[in-house]
Design a protein around this ligand. Structure first.
Ligand code: UDP
Length: 455
């Protein structure tokens, strides 16, 4: 029988970009002797293409077991019921596992679900919040929560100085929720991440010290911060966990063979990879500009357009697209793609996971942020880490085809040399952070020791 040092429940918010890093962090804990139980919602679990074999899974209910958020009608209704039903079913689960061979003594929860803290307190668990955004973004939300900063900023051209950030921001660099009709509810959800953060034992962040030194030092004065990232499969970083090759809870089925068939036959750094993640809904006009921007760049491209987004592609685009020009797929194995030698640039919406993956694999970026934390990630990529360029919108909020074409050429051709060198530098630093003795590895070790001593 295996004996474990501790037993940790992992409670992610049910979204691909939240589940991925939390499951990856779990694998690191597991490799250091901690038993893991992943706690998704029943509705999220229903949509999974496959399930991890190496960890136990116990689902709770968000009150909408058939289709989750879609079933709820509104985000506000969803979050209210999730808190009600989620609190009860989480407590029942902890109770059940308390009587098991290896009782639960810790919860790592997503601060999108702050009610988990109250539930865990009742069972005297060690409590750790896991922020799936980077530290700069967390800092901005903290200041909005404290009432020091207002989102959206009142003046478009105003320079925004935020304590603890390594660069000044403009309105177009701070998180934006304008395109979502439920912007207020979402902003409240983000502020609530801090509502009871003073009650937790540890605040984990999916970033690494070398990437955000100033931000991390500043936030560490307020909370017991530990950066533990990049939380991506070990085989793309330090290669110490041999079985850890992929994210294991996938909402969509990747078209792996099609993607690799294309990439395997191309020259080094010659292909552009484009994807806007698992959630973004791109306007039809933007989709058209993007399609022509990709075509006109004259670089071979691999473009992920999710099935729900495909009807917005320009008429006849797919029929007329030749294999010489590129390939459109509904989902791809993104890490495998970014790691591939033939990839030369990532055109991305700058979701934090995608950004971090590009950093880990040393792929320079052209960014087209859509909303949420993506504008801030973009600002960091372009001006702080200097490993990409932002394709700027016009007054109508659309990035035009000429701008897209120009940015792709800038990154992939002669002028992009410095950007490409910086990308290589960050790749190295990311790997060092999680490798033995690196900043994130040490923090994970310390976290595990804390679990053993507090519990
Ligand atoms: N992803 C993938 N295949 C795709 C597109 C995306 O596996 O074709 C993964 C990607 O590797 C990342 C996640 O989906 O881990 C998207 O997370 P991110 O934070 O970038 O964006 P979100 O989907 O939350 O907007």
């Amino acid at each position: 029988m295996t004996t474990h040092k501790a037993h940790c429940l992992i409670l992610p918010y049910p979204g691909q970009g939240h589940v991925n890093p939390m499951v990856q962090f779990s694998k690191r804990l597991q490799s250091k002797g901690v038993k893991i139980t992943i706690v998704p919602t029943k509705s999220f679990l229903k949509n999974m293409q496959e399930l991890p074999t190496s960890m136990s899974i116990e689902a709770i209910s968000d009150g909408y077991d058939d289709c989750g958020l879609e079933q709820a009608g509104s985000y506000a209704a969803y979050l209210t019921r999730f808190e009600e039903v989620g609190s009860i079913t989480l407590a029942q689960l902890i109770q059940k596992l308390t009587n098991s061979e290896c009782p639960v003594n810790c919860i790592v929860y997503d601060p999108f679900l702050p009610w988990a803290v109250e539930v865990a307190k009742n069972f005297r668990l060690v409590i750790a919040a896991f922020f799936t955004q980077n530290c700069a973004v967390d800092n901005i939300y903290y200041h909005v929560h404290k009432g020091v900063l207002k989102l959206p900023p009142t003046q478009a051209d105003q320079e925004i100085i935020i304590p603890g950030l390594s660069s000044t921001m403009e309105a177009s660099d701070v998180p934006s929720f304008a395109i979502n009709p439920e912007a207020e509810v979402i902003l409240e959800l983000l502020m609530n991440q801090f509502s009871n953060l003073d009650k937790v034992d540890c605040v984990l962040i999916n970033s690494f010290y070398e990437l955000e030194k100033e931000e991390i030092d500043w936030m560490s004065k307020l909370y017991p911060i530990k950066t533990i990232g990049p939380a991506i499969p070990s085989m793309y970083l330090d290669k110490r966990l041999h079985d850890d090759k992929e994210y294991e809870l996938n909402m969509f089925k990747p078209m792996t063979d099609e993607c690799l068939n294309l990439l395997n036959h191309q020259p080094i750094s010659s292909v552009l990879y484009a994807s806007f993640g698992s959630l973004a809904k791109v306007e039809a006009e933007q989709m058209e500009e993007l399609a022509w921007g990709l075509k006109n760049s004259n670089k071979k491209f691999l473009w992920v357009v999710r099935s729900a987004e495909a009807p917005k592609l320009p008429k006849n685009f797919l029929d007329e697209l030749t294999s010489e020009e590129g390939l459109v797929v509904s989902w791809c194995p993104q890490l495998q793609v970014l790691e591939h030698k033939s990839i030369g640039c990532f055109l991305t919406h700058c979701g934090w996971n995608s950004t971090l993956e590009a950093i880990c694999l040393g792929v320079p970026m052209v960014t087209m942020p859509q909303w949420s934390d993506q504008p801030t990630n973009t600002k960091l990529v372009q001006d702080v880490w200097e490993m990409g360029v932002r394709a700027k919108q016009d007054d109508k909020g659309i990035v035009r085809r000429e701008v897209i074409e120009e940015c792709i050429k800038l990154v992939m051709e002669e002028k992009g040399k410095v950007i490409r060198e910086n990308a290589k530098k960050w790749k190295e630093l990311a790997r060092n952070a999680v490798d033995e003795g690196g900043s994130s590895d040490k923090n994970i070790e310390e976290f595990v020791s804390k679990l053993v001593t507090i519990s």
